[in-house]
Design a protein around this ligand. Structure first.
Ligand SMILES: [Zn+2]
Length: 201
């Protein structure tokens, strides 16, 4: 999915239809910031908004995802390509999520073994300290890697406006969280809430 191309296409068709960003946003009951974000190539419309957006712009979802008006001849080929791209994007997210869990488990096992060895086995003090330092480094690196994989796996859903967004690493690390939700500030409406983690759009 070429977000930049799709964004330029949305802007072009919107102007053709003589809508301002605000007017288009009002039709879709979203903020004009969201429309501006799409047009800058910083995110795709979420699936539930695609059909209303295409209706407003009088284009097809296939045109939207391709980033240009698709001719009759290419129509089916492009539709299949677009469908495969959407599936691929979701699968990559699932893989990242699985990798993140594996990475976390390996880290926990490695750190526990190191701590056990350092605590219970008769070795010189200096080796004991070295092992503990090594355990701490492993823990930090492992948790960091797991978090980095997870933050890229999918989206968070705002409880207020239902927008999907990807938090920055900083926001992600700071946010209080449960297994499936994380306290984040929504990139769309700016409200803070417990956002649900969703792997697929
Ligand atoms: Zn929101």
């Amino acid at each position: 999915m070429d977000q930049i191309k799709i964004g330029k296409f949305i802007a072009e068709i919107r102007k053709e239809q003589n809508f301002t960003q605000r007017q288009l946003a009002d039709i879709l009951s979203i903020s004009d910031k969201t429309v501006s974000k799409w047009e800058c190539g910083k995110g795709l419309p979420e699936v539930s908004l695609m059909i209303p957006l295409c209706d407003a712009l009088q284009i097809t979802v296939n045109d939207l995802l391709t980033g240009e008006r698709v001719s009759e001849v290419d129509y089916q080929k492009k539709a299949e390509e677009n469908m495969m791209n959407l599936i691929k994007e979701n699968e990559e997210n699932k893989k990242r999520m699985a990798l993140s869990i594996i990475c976390g488990v390996i880290t926990i096992i490695a750190v526990c073994s190191l701590v056990v060895i350092a605590s219970y086995i008769a070795i010189p003090t200096i080796a004991r300290i070295a092992l503990i330092v090594f355990a701490i480094i492993t823990a930090v690196a492992g948790i960091g890697a797991a978090a980095m994989l997870e933050v890229k796996a999918g989206y968070y859903e705002c409880p207020h406006c239902k927008a999907l967004f990807v938090p920055t690493m900083g926001e992600y690390v700071k946010g209080y969280h449960t297994l499936t939700k994380r306290k984040l500030k929504c990139h769309e409406c700016g409200k803070t809430g417990m956002c649900k983690h969703r792997i697929i759009r």
